[in-house]
Design a protein around this ligand. Structure first.
Ligand SMILES: [Zn+2]
Length: 468
């Protein structure tokens, strides 16, 4: 049987494609099988073998084949990446991992955006707009400008890290302050704050605050959508006594830390613990399994459980050998057993929704390796512009029965600054157990907040109603 010239060409093309396919598959297999550390070792071994052992006529064809396979791999990856992106947009991927942005990249981007507006000659209106726009566009949580020094630093808080993103001369800063005070309706050297919302009922908005004393003035520009989630653990308002068991659990690097409360409280505290872990143990691996990812954390390998079996996803995450596992919004008895077992060797932060007594009971029933239990309840802060003292309500009797006296009670009617709601932002109370000592302690925590006019009696009543 003879082969025509065209047939031979076709055959050689098919053979070449097959060879490239096999080589490409080999590269994929090596890439999939090797962990990052192994990959480096494998490359070293290969290059050593080629240079010192492979003194044969095979060397040149092998190098050519490798170069061709690499080219083929590049060509194959282009449509593969396009298909992957399309599937991701459709939501067809089984689990979603966080975008790989780094806080340093965000800071660099912010520097680039602010740069053109920081010169002496810039109109303060334009500078203010640039500051607001930068914060919103890059999804940062806070910009902070502190006066007092010859050059005023502009600091950006994003993804729980703080970066210097620019500086202003004293003259520019004074002009900016004058403009912002005009915007806030303040007198010269006055202090105060204002909050803007895109829609009247939207929780996301921009808060601008000026804190002033004789020498220096601080300007805070905060994006209120991200504000509560962007606080590090040290800014969570955790009393020292509540931090002790948590600090012990974190330092032992193993055991289960149960966070209990409502969704928002669990997220705030869980993310803050992940941040603390990342900041104090550089290079450690943190993975999370969550029902949703409201805020992408660059140092956490975040996974959404979706419709997959949480137990199976959890097992595959444990197999990756993380140092800290954060589980939020998922459950199931078999999963809890698995996590308890996993906590013998590593740290697990498990979030449990619910009231104090019930969650404390569930936590001690399910986890033999329980090393800390923290229940958190957010309380709405009274607006400090329109709050006034009121007569002691019926709730004061309940406090008296616990041996806790409250000397002043406050309410807020609502004003323009709080858009008639009478409250603004949150504070929190904490418990470590559901025993009577802890209940009395919660009453004492509330008494301090009530006397300082931070919270109202009605808010405290509804929080204490969640103890059992
Ligand atoms: Zn008010």
């Amino acid at each position: 049987m003879s082969l025509s010239e065209a047939g031979a060409r076709r055959l050689s093309r098919y053979l070449l494609i097959c060879a490239l396919g096999v080589l490409t598959l080999g590269f994929f297999a090596i890439g999939l099988a090797a962990r990052p550390g192994d990959g480096a070792e494998l490359r070293l071994a290969l290059s050593w073998y080629v240079v010192h052992q492979l003194q044969s006529p095979l060397l040149l064809p092998l190098l050519i084949a490798t170069a061709m396979a690499t080219t083929a791999l590049f060509v194959v990856m282009l449509p593969a990446q396009r298909a992957f992106r399309r599937a991701k947009q459709r939501g067809a991927l089984p689990e979603q991992t966080s975008s790989a942005f780094e806080p340093q990249d965000v800071a660099r981007e912010a520097r680039g955006m602010l740069e053109p507006w920081l010169s002496e000659s810039t109109d303060p209106t334009r500078l203010a707009d640039a500051l607001f726009g930068t914060l919103v566009d890059i999804g940062g949580s806070r910009l902070r400008l502190v006066g007092g020094s010859p050059r005023v630093a502009i600091e950006l808080s994003a993804a729980m890290e703080r970066h210097r993103v620019g500086e202003l001369s004293q003259a520019s800063y004074r002009r900016l302050l004058d403009h912002l005070r005009e915007l806030l309706g303040l007198a010269r050297d006055g202090a105060g704050w204002i909050e803007f919302h895109g829609r009247p009922d939207a929780s996301e908005g921009l808060r601008i605050a000026i804190d002033s004393d004789e020498q220096s003035a601080t300007v805070l520009i905060e994006s209120s959508r991200l504000r509560p989630f962007a606080w590090p653990l040290t800014e969570q308002g955790l009393p020292a006594a509540r931090l002790t068991p948590l600090a012990a659990a974190l330092s032992h690097n193993k055991g289960v830390v149960v966070l209990a409360g409502a969704d928002l409280d669990l997220m705030v505290l869980g993310y803050a613990i992940a941040h603390h872990f990342h900041a104090t143990r550089p290079g450690s691996r943190i993975v999370s399994l969550e029902r949703d990812v409201p805020l992408a954390l660059p140092y956490v390998d975040q996974h959404v459980v979706g419709r997959a079996d949480p137990g199976r996803v959890c097992r595959s995450l444990i197999d990756r050998g993380p140092d800290l596992m954060l589980m939020r919004g998922i459950g199931g008895d078999s999963l809890l057993r698995e996590l308890d077992d996993c906590a013998k060797k590593r740290l697990v932060v498990f979030c449990m929704r619910g009231r104090l007594e019930r969650t404390a009971r569930r936590a001690s029933a399910h986890f033999t390796n329980l090393s800390a239990f923290i229940w958190r309840r957010s309380l709405r802060r009274l607006c400090d512009r329109c709050r006034t003292t009121v007569a002691a309500p019926a709730l004061s009797d309940e406090f008296a029965r616990r041996g806790v006296t409250v000397s002043a009670w406050y309410e807020a009617q609502g004003c323009q600054a709080c858009r008639g709601r009478g409250f603004h932002g949150f504070t929190a109370i904490y418990a470590n157990a559901a025993d009577s000592e802890d209940a009395s302690d919660l009453y004492r925590q509330c008494a301090v907040l009530l006397e300082q006019g931070v919270v109202s009696a009605a808010e405290v009543k509804s929080a204490l109603g969640e103890l059992r």
